[in-house]
Structure formats: C-alpha cells, structure tokens
Design a protein around this ligand. Sequence first.
Ligand SMILES: Cc1cc2nc3c(=O)[nH]c(=O)nc-3n(C[C@H](O)[C@H](O)[C@H](O)COP(=O)(O)O)c2cc1C
Length: 187
Amino acid sequence: MGPRNTLPAIDGAAYREAMARLAGAVHLVTTDGPGGRAGFTATAVCSVSDAPPTLLVCINRGASAYPAFQANGRLCVNLLAADQRHLADAFGRRPLEERFGVGTWETGLGGGPLLRGALAAFEGRIVHRVPAGTHDVLFCEVDALAGGGGDALVYGFRRYHAVQAEAPIAEPRRPERALRAPSPALL
Ligand SMILES: Cc1cc2nc3c(=O)[nH]c(=O)nc-3n(C[C@H](O)[C@H](O)[C@H](O)COP(=O)(O)O)c2cc1C
C-alpha cells in the first residue's frame, strides 16, 4: 500500500498555517457589467500561459462578490503597489457596497474597474471555471493591459511587506576592502 492510503488526513487549520508562510503578491480582482460592480482582495492569482495570455484567479463561492463575477463573465486583476495596502484591507474586510469608495477608479479599455496607481492591471474574459473545494478557479484570457510603477506589495506571515522595485546597490563602506576577497572577519 502506498503512502496515499497510510498518511493521516491534514486538517484545514494546519494547512492554512503552512500556507501563511507562502508570501504572495496582492491584487484587487474586480468586475463590472450586468451583474453590477464588485471586487475583492486576492493573493490566489497566477499566470497560466502567454499564448494566449491567460491567468487564473481562485474565488470563494461564498464571497459577496462571487455572483457579480458569475454574471459579468469578465474580470480585471489590479496588482497592488506598496503604498496601496489600505486598499487590500478595504477590499478584504469592508462590505461590498463600500469598497469602491476607497482608491481612484477608472474604466479600462475592456470596461473593467481599473485602479489608478496599480503596478499592473490585466483585463479579460472568463473562459473557463473549475470548482475546487470551497472555491472556483476562474481562467481569464487577457485582452487589455495597463499599469504604472512603484514598489510591490506582498502578503506573507499574515502581514503586508513592501518589495523594492529595484534594490539599490550597496556601497562598500571601505572600497579597498571590496577589491580583495572577503575574509570571514569582514562578513
Ligand atoms: C491578503 C488577502 C488575500 C486574500 N486572498 C483571497 C483569494 O485569493 N481568494 C478569495 O476568494 N478570497 C481572498 N481573500 C478574502 C477576500 O478578499 C474577502 O475577504 C472574502 O471574499 C470575504 O468577502 P465577503 O465578506 O465580501 O464575503 C483574501 C483576503 C486578504 C485580506
């Protein structure tokens, strides 16, 4: 008998604890259309392919924003910059009706709610939905791009972190030492 049949079942809390160590980029996933405007904070976003440009988003079927994504058939992924963590809180915790009161919103080429100042924004059509556990995996074919610049926002160990767009190159304090092979005493 292989390990599949002998390993004890893992409970959800232990799984979430381990996953809390997986640091990931933070996004506001938004939609607009016949089902109304809606959005939520998500880390479960992943690139699938560049031909055709395709990404995936995992959404909890119990989320208040879920019916709008079902009805509209389109979504927009707004990749948050480091100075936008208040938006991650708003779209993760505030009631749906209040979320778009935070931030500056524009209409993208594909009609989606685009967040001004996002590092990147990907708009597209939901081409495939796969139910998995409590969530649906939404596959989205990207047909419009937008974006700005700035540092990145990452969520890991249950808090937000800023990641510099370009790390400055550290100046050696004493240049003559930098030219020699570093000795253990200098490290
Ligand atoms: C940092 C962060 C990441 C999240 N990632 C996801 C995610 O990937 N998928 C998801 O369905 N919900 C995710 N959520 C939860 C949703 O943003 C939201 O809180 C949840 O859908 C409950 O919303 P509701 O109160 O409108 O039902 C995340 C929340 C936070 C704060």
